[in-house]
Design a protein around this ligand. Sequence first.
Ligand code: ZN
Ligand code: ZN
Length: 187
Amino acid sequence: MRRIVSSPEEWACGILISSVHKNGEPREERFELAFGGAVVEYWGQNYTPLAPLSVRITANYARDDIVTGVSLSGEFSLPCSRCLAETSIAIEGDMRYLFTLRNSGGGDGEPAPDGDFDVIELDKFQAELEMSPYVWETLILNLPEGVLCKEDCKGLCPVCGGDRNARDCGCAADDSDPRLRVLKSLL
Ligand SMILES: [Zn+2]
Ligand SMILES: [Zn+2]
């Protein structure tokens, strides 16, 4: 099984800077990104894609800067944090990135527009905004660290390892802790 830990090469999605409307009107692109059978590795676990990632990217000028928005939705499965059963989740993500020439000598020195942006410096000779690293970032920042197959998942028995959702194995939970066992024998 191939695991990916950063944006795969096939995800290359460049926006030509010359194609962004000068009148401030947003330019929008929608597309899907496939995982090619690979799983996403993050938080030390595997997220199995159940569908391609739906992505929407917008780009518009704000003064001399370009504000881009990355919105995505996807479906993954990952092991339940308690019983390890594969559990599917829907994820949504929304991030904004501001590309600026300001600090590389091409801007007008005015402060950046207000907002919650990650600021990326543009090279004056750059013709394209390569968005795939930001699509990847938007994805992983919205992956939950853990998930439960159901709210009251009983988990695996620490004594016999059985799935306590499927069967009550009857192991006494107290006996799993050797310190308690010692205490009990003293009583
Ligand atoms: Zn579970
Ligand atoms: Zn048990």
